[in-house]
Design a protein around this ligand. Structure first.
Ligand code: FE
Ligand code: FE
Ligand code: FE
Length: 198
């Protein structure tokens, strides 16, 4: 009997990138029907997206202290601590955006952030505390930052097209912070963590 784990059909070993997975049948009616009250104008989509990231930031600010508590590396802990206060400011900036639009600040569940936070939780459960868990926390945190960078980049582009200068100013400030946080996490990972985690 062979003990070696059999490779799945779609492993890299085959060289050719032939996909053996069953083809998903494409239905003729593949277009997604819009829900009632769906956005018609870019402005509506902009506002919906603001509500989404507002929810995401509020969820994140609750999750970050848990990540900080689970981290052991000093630099990682302080990077997360710093980002908690930045995130609080980012929430305030979003409130300013709603105000500038004459809307009340409203949160709408962001499924992506929920998924990223769930994944972060599992990474912590699946790693022993110490350098390996730290590496996992960095991975989870960077996925979150990348989601935020994508979101704020898009929101800033929308604000620009829509001529929402006040919003644009706030969104660009936050975008810059998210990028800086991501770079800092890369640095923490590069300088000590990943080599120790080996
Ligand atoms: Fe943020
Ligand atoms: Fe989202
Ligand atoms: Fe962030």
């Amino acid at each position: 009997m062979e003990a070696k784990t059999p490779a799945k059909k779609t492993t890299a070993a085959s060289g050719k990138s032939k996909t053996t997975a069953a083809k998903t049948p494409v239905k003729a009616s593949a277009k997604t029907p819009a829900k009632k009250g769906a956005a018609k104008e870019l402005k509506d989509l902009f506002e919906d997206s603001l509500k989404d990231i507002y929810w995401a930031e509020k969820a994140l600010v609750k999750a970050l202290p848990v990540m900080m508590k689970n981290a052991t590396d000093k630099k990682l802990k302080s990077a997360i601590e710093n980002h908690i206060s930045e995130t609080e400011t980012q929430i305030e900036r979003l409130k300013e955006c709603f105000k500038a639009l004459g809307e009340k600040a409203q949160a709408k569940k962001c499924d992506a952030m929920q998924g990223l936070l769930d994944e972060g939780k599992s990474i912590m459960e699946e790693t022993e505390p110490g350098t390996v868990r730290d590496a996992g926390i960095i991975a989870a945190a960077q996925k979150i930052e990348h989601y935020e960078i994508a979101t704020y980049g898009t929101l800033a582009a929308f604000a620009k097209v829509l001529g929402e200068e006040e919003c644009l100013k706030h969104l660009l400030k936050t975008l810059k912070e998210e990028k800086k946080c991501d770079e800092l996490l890369t640095k923490v990972a590069d300088t000590n963590l990943n080599s120790k985690a080996k």
